[in-house]
Ligand binder design. Structure first.
Ligand code: NDP
Length: 356
């Protein structure tokens, strides 16, 4: 069972009782910092810990509770050193560790806009109009899996419904499960999930996949996958708190039926949370921020780490790796600025195919 959110709340409560940085009066306040970190998922908390250890005047601004996607993940088994840990528990550990080393984590602080001003520094504008001014910003705002928005999806999240095959696939050994979607992610992950599941229904709303042909071929050749075309999920149902079936509907015939499955993996797209950035920053075709090897974006002084960044995979391990690099790069960037030296130039990313 997932502990109630108050577990994280208890950790943050003591901190939130301190005199808040944001004033409650109507007047807009400006706060001078060295680095502002947006988001308190694994990447944001790790960046905050490193910023704190470097004695940088920092703030980690989180619109909800700290933990990010960890709070949507029941159990994690692929974070090295933790064979089996609840998402909430790992979030608590990350948060406590970051705070211990002077990360200034501010919960329920929603960022409205980040803008670069004429002198090359940044203003991070909060929902209430207050401003955090800093020469460097690390965006670790993650991304949001697009939801089906059907009844039962929230109720059975972590209890059958998942948005991450690598994270949760192993919980479905010899089960019959479903995957929804028709893009590369749905087809690749349906194939991946057959390592564990006895059977995978791949439910797609049209009669053709948009996934690349080679990925489609893997699906069609896999005897454990049964494709259900022209079909949508209307509702997810269960018993005793666990998913047992989904109500599906054929869009052409109108036929409705219950599909028995203990898991439902939803891959209908993912949206990086970059909307707060004012101004153009290079991104890939799906909106993920492109960085150099120091995690710096095309906007000088604006760094990105974790799920918001364009990269091969999105794991807790990669998020904290990115964040470590970003925080150390920020420290060097700020030192160079203070010394009047030109800040280190963006570092090209070396890849097997050359530089990016
Ligand atoms: P996509 O946007 O490519 O595909 C989303 C799929 O979900 C589509 O088939 C779409 O159907 C379906 N869909 C969308 N909304 C709903 C809904 N409400 N109900 C049911 N089905 C829905 O997203 P992906 O996450 O698959 O991929 C994102 C990008 O990442 C793509 O560019 C993809 O190529 C890339 N990617 C590449 C990989 C690789 O190369 N190895 C691996 C994973 C992703 P419809 O087709 O009818 O619109």
């Amino acid at each position: 069972m997932v502990p109630p959110p108050s577990t994280i709340g208890e950790i943050t409560a003591a901190r939130d009782l301190r005199e808040p940085i944001l004033e409650s009066d109507a007047a807009v306040a400006t706060h001078e910092l060295e680095v502002v970190i947006i988001g308190a998922g694994p990447a944001g908390l790790c960046a905050g810990m490193y910023a704190g250890r470097s004695m940088l005047k920092n703030v980690v601004l989180e619109q909800g509770l700290p933990g990010g996607e960890l709070l949507n993940t029941e159990v994690i088994e692929d974070y090295i050193g933790f064979e089996h840990v609840l998402g909430y528990d790992l979030a608590e550990k990350f948060n406590a560790h970051a705070i211990k080393f002077a990360a200034d984590v501010r919960t329920y602080h929603r960022v409205e806009t980040v803008r670069r001003i004429a002198d090359g520094t940044f203003e991070t504008v909060m929902e209430n109009g207050d401003i955090f001014a800093s020469p460097a910003v690390i965006v670790t705002a993650g991304g949001t899996p697009i939801k089906l928005e059907v009844p039962g999806e929230i109720e059975y999240a972590g209890k059958g419904v998942s948005y991450c095959a690598i994270c949760d696939g192993a919980f479905f050994k010899q089960h019959t499960i479903m995957v929804v979607g028709g893009g590369d992610a749905a087809c690749e992950e349906a194939d991946f999930l057959t390592r564990y599941a006895a059977k995978v229904y791949l439910v797609h709303r049209r009669d053709a996949f948009r996934a690349s042909k080679i990925v489609q071929q893997r699906v069609f050749k896999n005897p454990k996958i049964e494709v259900i075309w022209d079909t949508v999920v209307d509702e997810i149902g269960g018993a005793d708190g666990l998913m047992t079936h989904a109500k599906i509907r054929n869009l052409k015939s109108g036929e409705r039926r219950d599909l028995q499955a203990t898991g439902l993996f939803i891959f209908v797209g993912f949206r990086p949370n970059t909307g707060m950035i004012d101004g153009h920053v290079e991104h890939d075709a799906n909106g993920y921020l492109i960085t150099d090897a120091n995690m710096e974006t095309s906007m000088r002084g604006l760094f990105a780490a974790g799920d918001v960044r364009a990269q091969l995979t999105r794991q807790v391990t990669t998020a904290v790796g990115d964040a470590t690099t970003a925080a150390i790069a920020v420290e060097k960037y700020l030192t160079a600025r203070k010394n009047g030296a030109p800040a280190p130039l963006p570092q090209p990313m070396l890849t097997a195919r050359g530089t990016t």
